[in-house]
Design a protein around this ligand. Structure first.
Ligand code: ADP
Length: 320
């Protein structure tokens, strides 16, 4: 092992040790808001609520049984879109869908039900990360049990981004991760990339998201230069208010619906180190890095789950 390799391993060990002694509670700010949606809400109303509050997901509450009913995410809306696409005459029915119909929609279009993982906020963050990685969830609800009523209590939801940012802010050892991405071929995806062009129908791009179970598709010009990224969260703006007409648009037209506070896309090169990547995570709300070369041509995609996976599991495969 080279000195660089040893230093990298030490950095990873320090981060893992940190995640084992901190809990999800530690990640939560002193004060925060929590928007929980009742499962009897109409799907189109839920879209408005997410849009108005600038959020892309919310825990669900079944008030009939007073239980936590899973997490509403962009995947649920993508399922509704697919259902509508397969049953274009059913618009009147789609219009009346409530959040508690989402599980029936999953069955109707034949997708696996979305896992309803959750974790107790007192459990180590390391465990929350492992649960997210094994379920491929990008966020995990923190659910406690009320001592008196024995009922579920949804405390908050933590995302991959929140955890990685918490690490970047608190663990100086992230600076020891100095191997360039070029020497970490298993971190990120560099082949069989799903991509599209500005004139690709947005429905084709949505199908790519589903088929590959990915959360974004880079948009290239005819020379392979990266000009934008379509994200799974972009579907929320497209079907705003329960209007599905915009699904006939091209991805370029659909991207014009993005809100003005879109943070932009983040790029990196194969010469960047994870130390730099963690720096960017500390400073900016980034969800993925598009890996490009000197000519801005697409090389790969490095997502938060790739970073989390490497940070937790590199060299620990036998523990699985
Ligand atoms: P996250 O779980 O962080 O939201 P994704 O779901 O987008 O990330 O990525 C899941 C896996 O698929 C990762 O290993 C990532 O590198 C890979 N991936 C992401 N986008 C693409 C794409 N457009 N084409 C091929 N693979 C991708």
């Amino acid at each position: 092992l080279s000195a660089l390799d040893r230093e990298q391993m030490e950095g990873l060990r320090a981060i893992r040790a940190f995640l084992k002694v901190r809990t999800s509670y530690d990640v939560l700010p002193l004060s925060y808001r929590l928007i929980i949606l009742d499962t009897s809400l109409l799907v189109k109303k839920s879209l408005n609520i997410l849009n108005q509050n600038g959020i892309v997901s919310a825990p669900l509450w079944d008030s009939q049984s007073s239980t936590f009913a899973g997490l509403l995410t962009t995947s649920d809306y993508i399922n509704v879109i697919q259902y509508y696409w397969q049953n274009p005459d059913a618009l009147a029915r789609v219009d009346q869908f409530r959040l508690d119909s989402l599980r029936d929609i999953e069955k109707a279009i034949g997708v696996a039900p979305i896992e309803t993982v959750s974790i107790h906020p007192d459990r180590p963050l390391y465990e929350a990360c492992r649960k997210m990685l094994s379920s491929r969830a990008r966020r995990i609800p923190l659910v406690d049990i009320d001592d008196e009523t024995r009922r579920h209590m949804v405390v908050s939801v933590i995302t991959q981004y929140r955890i990685l940012k918490f690490v970047a802010v608190n663990v100086k050892d992230t600076q020891r991760l100095r191997k360039p991405l070029r020497d970490l071929p298993n971190v990120g995806t560099y082949s069989n990339l799903a991509t599209a062009h500005m004139d690709t129908p947005v429905m084709d791009v949505i199908h790519m998201l589903v088929k590959k179970n990915i959360s974004s598709v880079p948009i290239l010009d005819k020379d392979g230069t990266v000009i934008n990224v379509f994200e799974a969260v972009d579907v929320i703006a497209i079907i705003k208010g329960g209007v599905y007409d915009d699904l006939a648009l091209s991805v370029g037209e659909a991207l014009l619906k993005r809100s003005d506070d879109f943070p932009g896309i983040y790029t990196c090169s194969i010469y960047d180190q994870l130390a730099t990547i963690y720096d960017t995570i500390r400073k900016s709300r980034v969800h993925r890095f598009v890996v490009i070369d000197e000519q801005s041509k697409l090389k790969g995609v490095l997502t938060l789950s790739d970073i989390l996976n490497y940070t937790l599991l590199e060299g620990e495969e036998n523990e699985y």
